[in-house]
Each structure stands twice: as C-alpha cells, then as structure tokens.
Design a protein around this ligand. Structure first.
Ligand code: SF4
Ligand code: SF4
Length: 383
C-alpha cells in the first residue's frame, strides 16, 4: 500500500468492510496459540489485528494472505474479535488499492476465469457438465425433489469427479428424483470472496440466484461445505433463501428413511477429518460419523484434533490457489495423524480437503499405506 495512505482512512475502510471488531482485541494471544500456522511456522494473527487497530495492516506482505479462515481462533477469542471478518476486510482494502504480493498471481488468474467462465480453473464453461457423461443424470426440472450442485472442483478436477460420480450412483440407487443445471451453474464464489474480491463474488452470486429462481429451484444438494456455507449463510444477503442440504445430511436422511440400504461390509479402519466449513462454520459434526457408524465392519477411529478442534487442511480462505511450501502444509500433519492411528482410510466430506490430503498422501509417500476417500465413495461401495 502507498505509505502515505492516511491511517484514518484505512481505519474507516476496515470498519466499512466488516473489520470493525479489531478494536475489541486486548492482545491476550489466545488466537496465536490455537492457529494451525504456528504448528509449521511463526505467524501472529494477534499482531495483524494490533496493526489493523492503528490503521497499519501490512497488506503488501504474505501475512495478510495466510489465514485459511479456518474458524479456530474466533471460537476461542474472549472478546469476539471476529478474526476471519477482519482478515477478509484487510484483503478487501488490498484489493481496492490493487496491492497483491507475487504469491497472489494464481488468485488473479482464478478471478479472471471466474468472471469469464464461472470457474476458477481457466476451463471452458461448456465443459462444466462433462463429469456426468455416461451417467444417469437428468437436467433439473421444477417438479424434481432436489437440485444437485457439484462444486467447480468436483466438476473439473479429475480426482474429484469421482465424488460427483459416487454421489449420482447413490442418489440413483435410492431412487431420488434429482437433476443438475450443468453449464448454467457458476462457482458459488466462497473462496474468491475470502480473498477480498467482492465484485467477482457478487456477480457469481447474482448469476446463480437468477439461474436457480429461473429454473424453479427450491432445494439444493451440495458436495462442498464451501458451497453449503455460501448458499446458506451468504446468499440470504441477496434476499435469496433456498433450502440447502449437504450430502452428509442428505445421505443420513436417506438411510434413516429406509430409502438407501447398506448391504455390504467395509472391513477397514477409518478415521474422519472434519472440514472447517462443515464443522466449525456450520456445526455439522455428527451426520458424516453417523453414516460411517452404520456401515458393518467399519471401525471408526478419531484423530487427536477432531470436531470443534479439527485441524484445518490449509485450503480455505483462497489458499487453495496459493502455493504452500511442502513443509508448511497442515494436511501433512493431518495425514501423519491418520497414519499414527494406523487407519486404512482417511475420510472426509469436502473437495478442498480431499485435494489437500491426496497431495499430502503422495508427497509423503503414503500411497501404499492409506487411502483418502469422500464419505460418498465409501458408501457407494456398500450399497
Ligand atoms: S484471542 Fe481475541 S482478544 Fe486475544 S489476542 Fe486474539 S484477537 Fe485479541
Ligand atoms: S481463522 Fe484459523 S488460520 Fe485464520 S488466524 Fe484464526 S486460527 Fe489461524
């Protein structure tokens, strides 16, 4: 940022962009104690908050872009300083001033692709529904029970397409009347918003809302906790209120209603990693575990940092597009925890987590030791 930028102006902007709670901080340091970054490097969110209080956040430095918005420190903060909102407000100021450290280059390209093609991968919109080729998937129609909205990662990423395919196979087996909107969907916009880019987020949100309303959508099923969070908690800012269901909630419902039968064993030791945006941000801890517990032969074991204390995979807050050095990856620590447990499968329920955990599994040479699976991929094997 221009060093001559009036400090008062920055304090005012921080307030306008939702970071006003920085002033409540009394520097106790609890946030630094729980922040996962301090397991791999030195990082002080407390210091950032302090600097912001005086209108001096160093927005040109990587520090402002480290927070994965995991939600761990806000739940511990005795003064309700709302660190996630504060950091996003700092990033909004940086975006407004056009300040971006070199590591943000991939974020710029993701942002341009989101604006042009509705996905962050510089992929064609016309290829968004290619994952469904050869599967029994219909275009959504108003009289259907539910719309399935796969996230961009699930649509375009080779590994994550398997999650969409597993989801579809399960829904068909349960006889659910569902459809997709395919190339009409846009990214939900969660991650780009966390990088401070409100304009791109708002355009994506408006387009999606227009599409949902235009197609008579009332209930939306999502694979990603990031889509869940955005549709449920942020789209109401646009006066749009759809019924949003995460796949873990929906599958448990299908099993409990007797629409989905589990009739095979899964004789493996499984541990479950709580995604931040499903657990801490939205309180969904039990449903994925309940599903796993219903599978005969499956032994569910808990890792040390679970439920409210879950260890972030490192991909939230726009970090999915930012390169994190191998020795700084939280997902490596998480994978080691699963290995310690001697689990056969490290399961989760989020595309970002799967991406991070798969990278750690191969980076740490555990490919022959443990599998990473979405809960849909496990369930698909036993129905
Ligand atoms: S935990 Fe809250 S009050 Fe304590 S230093 Fe962190 S932000 Fe400030
Ligand atoms: S939200 Fe998570 S990553 Fe961000 S500062 Fe707090 S504990 Fe660290």
């Amino acid at each position: 940022m221009d060093t001559e930028t009036p400090i008062k102006e920055v304090v005012e902007e921080l307030k306008e962009f939702g970071g006003d709670a920085v002033k409540l901080c009394y520097q106790c340091g609890k946030c630094d104690t729980v922040c996962p970054w301090n397991r791999v490097i030195n990082f002080s969110i407390r210091k950032l908050i302090r600097e912001a209080t005086f209108g001096l956040p160093e927005i040109e430095l990587e520090e402002v872009w480290r927070c994965t918005t995991c939600g761990k420190c806000p739940q511990e903060c005795p003064r309700d300083v709302k660190q996630v909102d504060d950091v996003v407000a700092m990033r909004r100021i940086a975006t407004e001033y056009g300040v971006a450290p070199p590591l943000l280059k991939p974020v710029r390209s993701a942002s341009a692709s989101l604006a042009a093609e509705g996905n962050p991968f510089v992929q064609e919109r016309s290829e968004r529904a290619d994952w469904a080729e050869g599967l029994d998937v219909k275009p959504f129609a108003e009289e259907m029970e539910i719309l399935y909205f796969p996230c961009c990662y699930v649509c375009y990423d080779q590994r994550l397409k398997e999650v969409a395919q597993a989801t579809v196979n399960i829904l068909n087996k349960a006889g659910v009347e569902f459809g997709i909107l395919g190339t009409q969907d846009n990214c939900c916009g969660e991650s780009i918003r966390k990088t401070g880019n409100e304009d791109v987020f708002k355009n994506l949100a408006r387009e999606n809302i227009k599409t949902f309303i235009g197609n008579g959508v009332k209930k939306i099923l999502v694979s990603s906790p990031h889509c869940y969070h955005t549709f449920k908690n942020e789209y109401p800012e646009f006066k749009a209120n759809f019924e949003i269901v995460h796949i873990s909630q929906y599958l448990l419902e299908l099993i409990n209603e007797g629409r989905l039968q589990i009739n095979k064993e899964f004789p493996k030791k499984v541990t479950y990693h709580d995604p931040c945006y499903l657990g801490r941000h939205n309180g969904i801890y039990e449903e994925p575990r309940e599903i796993l517990k219903k599978i005969p032969g499956l032994e569910l074991s808990e890792m040390p940092d679970s439920r409210e204390d879950s260890l972030c995979c490192g991909m939230g807050g726009g970090r999915i597009w930012i390169d994190t050095k191998m020795h700084e990856r939280f997902s490596n620590l998480r994978t080691e925890q699963a290995i310690e447990l001697e689990a056969d499968v490290l399961s989760t329920s989020c595309p970002y987590c799967i991406d991070a955990l798969e990278e750690s599994r191969s980076g740490l040479n555990y490919e022959d030791v443990i599998l990473v699976k979405d809960i849909t991929e496990i369930l698909q094997e036993v129905i």
